[in-house]
Design a protein. Structure first.
Length: 525
């Protein structure tokens, strides 16, 4: 079940084009001078408290009119609008009686980003009555939709930002037609303006289930590109078509709805980012793949046009400029993409919507480079981070610093384990991740290997630690110890399951029969 929010549009009685925005609280500081020096600019959005559902048998008597243009059929009496509004207005310093008639505008349920439940937001509007002069708190200000769009589509680094609720609740309805044209059956989220996300089921790793297909399809661009500082130009661009095969029909509809002059940007070669490439090529043989040369060498499903990039190149999409960022760490071919006008940073798998990203040592993942790429992103000062798994992040600098802090903290724990005598991969993982479910130790082992490499580069490993012994403990030796430990830890939970004892007896009998047969063959030979 989706969690519920209420977004409140309070209109200005003196200027009907203006509505009240609230400044969001910044995330808590880290207490570290380095990380706290990176501060995101202020974020303004519609006031939006959590909304409660009334208990069974209780219905609200709150009078909420519904606009004729609203096509939704909802029983609004099941929701506790009145007490939620009372609390919100009190926090804003506004009396409930100071606002005129409340109207229901719409409800919007976000797409399935995961890993938790989606969020459903109810938008209601009321006009502030003009019967007294008032001054608001510093965290409130009037803004028009035109001013909000200026903040969203013509971004100056470090300037104030406007959040997604303004666009979702009050945005231009003509964009909804574009979304329906692209994907009538799959929900699309647009934020910032012109940047559309379609989370599509993919063969990705838990806890996520989807990969975000990012779509740029500017309708009112100039179609021109200035100068010669570009490697590709087109009328539309998609990023990481990695959906499951059963969704290729939907992907085909999206590609067919886009202009023919299409650019396909791939952040890296993992299957949950490229599995739909063959369908894209089948739907549009003229599409141009833009990716790192190592990515291209690892892709078998593309025989069409290809443009290599290594970082620093520009791409133009109907007059809008995007810059390619080389960002190794997750893999050695990993790329990111910065949309210049909105200062949105598409980070691939460098960041995820929840938790931390896993680095792939089998594909050149490198912790030292991961740290360097993270600092590179911080220097870009993005206004929003768009991961390929999970929700958009509205506090990008705080998120990136959190990644650095957590990685450094984990690395200190790994170093401490080696100083206390841990020499093998399994011993280090068991020490550092003792409070983590063993099912996650495989992914953790990959990161531990890369942390050890980084500690070796920085010459921080204790004198008695043997890199050769550590590397010998990886691979099969780690798998045997992890498998044995995992099965042993699961037996207490499995033993009460129906059929477990019989399965255990059957497995034991099978092993005994196999052992006896081998012994008999040895005797006969």
């Amino acid at each position: 079940m989706a969690s519920l929010n209420l977004a409140v549009v309070i209109k200005n009685s003196k200027d009907d084009a203006e509505f009240l925005l609230e400044k969001h609280k910044h995330p808590a500081k880290f207490g570290d001078g380095e990380y706290d020096s990176f501060v995101d600019s202020d974020l303004w959005d519609l006031p939006s408290p959590n909304l409660s559902v009334l208990e069974d048998g209780i219905s609200s008597g709150f009078n909420l009119s519904i606009l004729e243009s609203c096509s939704e059929e909802l029983d609004l009496k099941n929701f506790d609008f009145e007490s939620t509004l009372n609390r919100l207005l009190a926090n804003l310093g506004i009396d409930f009686s100071d606002v005129g008639e409340w109207r229901f505008l719409r409800s919007v349920e976000e797409p399935e980003f995961g890993p938790g439940s989606s969020v459903r937001t109810f938008f209601i509007a009321g006009k502030l009555l003009d019967h007294k002069d008032r001054s608001f708190q510093e965290n409130l200000k009037w803004m028009s939709m035109e001013a909000c769009f200026d903040c969203l589509i013509d971004v100056k680094p470090g300037s104030d930002r406007v959040g997604p609720l303004v666009l979702l609740g009050l945005g231009d309805g003509s964009r909804q037609f574009m979304k329906q044209k692209l994907s009538p059956s799959l929900p699309i989220q647009e934020y910032p303006p012109g940047v559309m996300l379609v989370p599509m089921r993919s063969r990705t790793s838990k806890p996520f289930k989807t990969t975000n297909l990012v779509i740029f399809a500017p309708e009112n661009g100039s179609g021109e590109h200035q100068g010669t500082d570009f490697v590709a130009h087109g009328d539309a661009l998609i990023v990481d078509p990695g959906c499951l095969k059963k969704l290729h029909v939907e992907l085909k509809k999206i590609v067919n709805a886009l202009p023919r002059k299409l650019i396909v940007f791939v952040t890296h070669h993992h299957r949950d980012h490229i599995e739909g490439l063959s369908t894209v090529l089948e739907s549009n043989p003229d599409a141009i793949l833009v990716a790192h040369v190592k990515t291209r060498h690892r892709i078998d499903s593309w025989s069409g046009n290809y443009t290599p990039v290594s970082g620093g190149e520009n791409i133009y999409v109907n007059g809008q400029k995007l810059t390619v960022i080389f960002a190794p760490g997750h893999t050695d071919d990993h790329m990111a993409l910065l949309h210049i006008s909105t200062h949105s940073l598409i980070v691939g798998d460098h960041c995820v919507g929840q938790g931390s990203a896993v680095l792939d040592f089998r594909s050149g993942g490198n912790m030292t480079e991961y740290f360097q790429s993270t600092y590179k992103f911080l220097e870009l000062s993005p206004h929003v981070v768009i991961p390929m798994h999970g929700r958009v992040n509205l506090w990008p600098k705080h998120m990136l610093c959190g990644y650095l802090k957590n990685r450094r903290s984990r690395e200190e724990s790994i170093l401490k384990a080696t100083e206390n005598g841990a020499q093998t991969l399994f011993d280090i993982v068991a020490n550092v991740y003792s409070n983590v479910d063993r099912s996650f130790w495989l992914a953790a082992a990959s990161n531990v290997r890369l942390h050890i490499d980084n500690l070796a580069v920085e010459n921080k490993l204790p004198e008695g630690f043997s890199i050769q012994k550590f590397k010998a403990s990886c691979g099969l030796r780690f798998m045997i110890r992890w498998t044995t430990g995992y099965i042993t830890s699961r037996i207490p939970f499995m033993i009460n399951k129906p059929g477990f004892i019989m399965s255990l007896i059957a497995a034991g009998a099978g092993y005994l029969l196999l052992y006896t047969s081998k012994r008999q063959n040895k005797i006969e030979s």
